[in-house]
Design a protein around this ligand. Structure first.
Ligand SMILES: [Zn+2]
Length: 341
């Protein structure tokens, strides 16, 4: 399981070394880079939060926050929690008692003296851990109905293994597609890798510390909660037999588009629109609405998380999320006959 979920980062990371040249923490209010989030004095418990030189707010008030507050902020999709989790968590403090002059030398050179590896290693560790957790939650959601229907042990075991493979490949497809489109857009904007000639913004800490692994990581942070919600709902809440089933024939026969518009379209296009609408209605009527709702919630959260991480426009971010969804859907459609057969 671990190897399968680590692939999104490994498989799609471009060949050049992705380590940022100068990973620094950043202000969770304005994303301005900062040399240190906080300063420690003689004892570890004696610390002082750093203040942003750009906006005057505390650089990262969440550095001391308990895990529960971070989870609540994640559920509420607060931008500061994404910036804290992606860039600042685990960043070394400035040690005022270490003898190094806390003035110019420390603030300018100690972040450069820190090798970039710890930052990248931390990001990859988070990516692997969250990937495994997401895969486990996804498999749990899919496997629970199988376990409730009685069957032979071997058949159930085979179904569980196939579910793990399918969920891992869909996750891989979604993350690979999302990352590929995100990197293509960032490359086109000259944001990552930063174009030669010095377009590396000195005011955007996200650009200074960006590594491609952050894209799947922010996606995992935003999709895990809706998945856990779905898992909890599927344990404690059994959706009633759908009342929409009887509405299906009439609903499927009517198109969203006005008849005049449909008549004006070429026959092939009108047919494919009709087929797509029928597919959506069938999926909505036949499938689990809890699943659909949590997926929608996950997609919206993912869009929000990516908007915090990336400098993209809203329509670009939406395209990135939808592209990942389509890739996962295509992978699922491609895998279904293989796994069932
Ligand atoms: Zn600031």
């Amino acid at each position: 399981m671990a190897t399968a979920t680590e692939k999104p980062a490994a498989a799609t990371t471009p060949a050049p070394a992705p380590a940022p040249a100068d990973p620094t923490p950043l202000c969770t209010t304005c994303a301005h880079p900062a040399p240190h989030v906080y300063t420690t004095y003689t004892s570890k418990s004696n610390i002082r939060l750093g203040v942003c030189t750009h906006c005057g707010a505390f650089i990262d008030p969440l550095i001391e926050a308990p895990a529960l507050l971070l989870v609540l902020d994640l559920v509420l999709l607060k931008p500061r929690v994404f910036l804290h989790l992606l860039f600042n968590r685990g960043s070394p403090p400035l040690d005022a008692s270490a003898g190094a002059p806390p003035g110019s030398a420390a603030s300018s050179s100690s972040s450069a003296a820190q090798p970039p590896c710890p930052y990248l290693a931390r990001v990859r560790h988070d990516l692997a851990a969250l990937g495994v957790a997401t895969l486990a939650a996804d498999v749990g959601v899919r496997v629970l109905p199988l376990l409730q229907s009685p069957g032979s042990f071997n058949a159930t075991l085979k179904a569980v293994i196939l579910t793990v493979v399918a969920a891992a490949l869909e996750l891989l497809a979604q993350h690979a597609a999302t990352l590929a489109l995100a990197l293509a857009i960032l490359y086109a904007r000259g944001w990552y890798p930063a174009r030669k000639g010095g377009s590396l913004s000195s005011r955007d800490g996200r650009q200074r510390s960006f590594v491609p692994e952050l894209v799947p990581l922010v996606l995992l942070y935003t999709t895990l909660f809706p998945l856990l919600l779905q898992l909890a709902l599927s344990i404690w809440y059994a959706p009633p037999a759908s009342i929409h089933e009887t509405l299906l024939p009439t609903a499927a026969s009517a198109s969203v588009l006005p008849e005049r518009v449909v008549a004006a379209l070429p026959a092939a296009l009108a047919d494919s629109i009709k087929a797509a609408e029928d597919g959506v209605v069938a999926a909505w009527s036949g499938a689990n609405r809890v699943w659909a709702g949590t997926r929608l919630l996950g997609g919206m959260s993912a869009g929000f998380g990516l908007r915090v991480l990336l400098p993209t426009r809203p329509w670009e971010t939406t395209s990135i999320v939808i592209f990942g969804w389509v890739a996962a859907l295509l992978a699922a459609q491609w895998l279904d006959p293989l796994l069932l057969g």
